[in-house]
Each structure stands twice: as C-alpha cells, then as structure tokens.
Design a protein. Structure first.
Length: 154
C-alpha cells in the first residue's frame, strides 16, 4: 500500500497537531486508514493519500474523525482490484475530502452504504455526496465547515 507520508504501521488513532495551527488532515487520514489496510490488501486495492501536508483541520473539527474513518472504511470494503485516491480541497471555510475509487465494482452497494453515513455526518454539519456510482470511477466526498481561527485563505 502506498502512502504519501510516514509508515501507516506506526500510526495511532490520535489527532496530529501542527505547531500553533490545526491538525494535519493528511496525517489524520493516514491514522484513520490503519484499521482498513488489511481489507484493502485482501481485496487487492491500493490506497493513495494525496492530501496535501499543508491541509489543516481546525482543532474544534477533530470530532468529525469517526465519520471520515467510517467513510474511508466503507469505500475500501466495497472496492475490488483497484485504486483509491484520497485528496482534499478547501474553499473559504469549507473543507472537502474526496475519496475516488477507480475500479468501481458495485456502485449501488457503495452508494447505499455511503448514504447510511449521511445522518451521522449531519450531526457535525457535514454533507456526504457520491457521484458516478454507475460508472467505472466513483467519487465520494464529505464537505464540512472548517473555520479555524487565524486560518489564512489562499
């Protein structure tokens, strides 16, 4: 399995703090993937974390981690012989995490499983969407407010 940072085997499920800033979203994603990696291995699926090291999650948004973990796990459980690319983008105070599965095996099952997470995500002000469930490449995204104090908009 390929990751963009340090080894996943040494990661623990805990927030990663950036000096005087929020939490590293890239490292948090790596930590959340640890328990799903055996499933990815058995289904011959490569998971690639492309979240930028500079992408931060405000400290008060760390509570959304279980929803992100469940979303990542759901995509991995429904994947077969493919690649999953994880990326993130930010616009103003909204962060969107994209999980793209590039060999969609059963989009209907994935869509159903993802939709069961929508209510849990709504508790944190997040929105989950899925596009391309009937196509070879499917993208699941979760968007949530991420308005850290002192965050500079680029």
């Amino acid at each position: 399995m390929k990751t963009n940072t340090d080894s996943l085997s040494s990661a623990r499920l805990r927030p990663v703090k950036c000096p005087d800033k929020g939490l590293s979203l890239q490292l948090l994603v790596n930590q959340l993937l640890v328990n799903s990696m055996p499933t990815a291995f058995h289904s011959k699926t490569l998971v690639i974390n492309e979240v930028s090291r500079a992408m931060e999650l405000s400290k008060d948004r760390a509570a959304i981690a279980p929803v992100i973990r469940d979303l990542l796990s759901t995509v991995i459980v429904n994947a077969r012989n493919g690649q999953i690319h994880i990326s993130a983008d930010r616009f103003r105070d909204i962060t969107t995490l994209y999980v793209q599965e590039r060999n969609n095996y059963n989009g209907y099952a994935l869509a159903y499983s993802v939709r069961t997470l929508e209510q849990e995500a709504a508790v944190y002000g997040a929105n989950i969407s899925i596009s391309g469930e009937q196509q070879r490449v499917v993208t699941v995204s979760i968007s949530f407010p991420n308005n850290a104090e002192g965050m500079v908009w680029e």
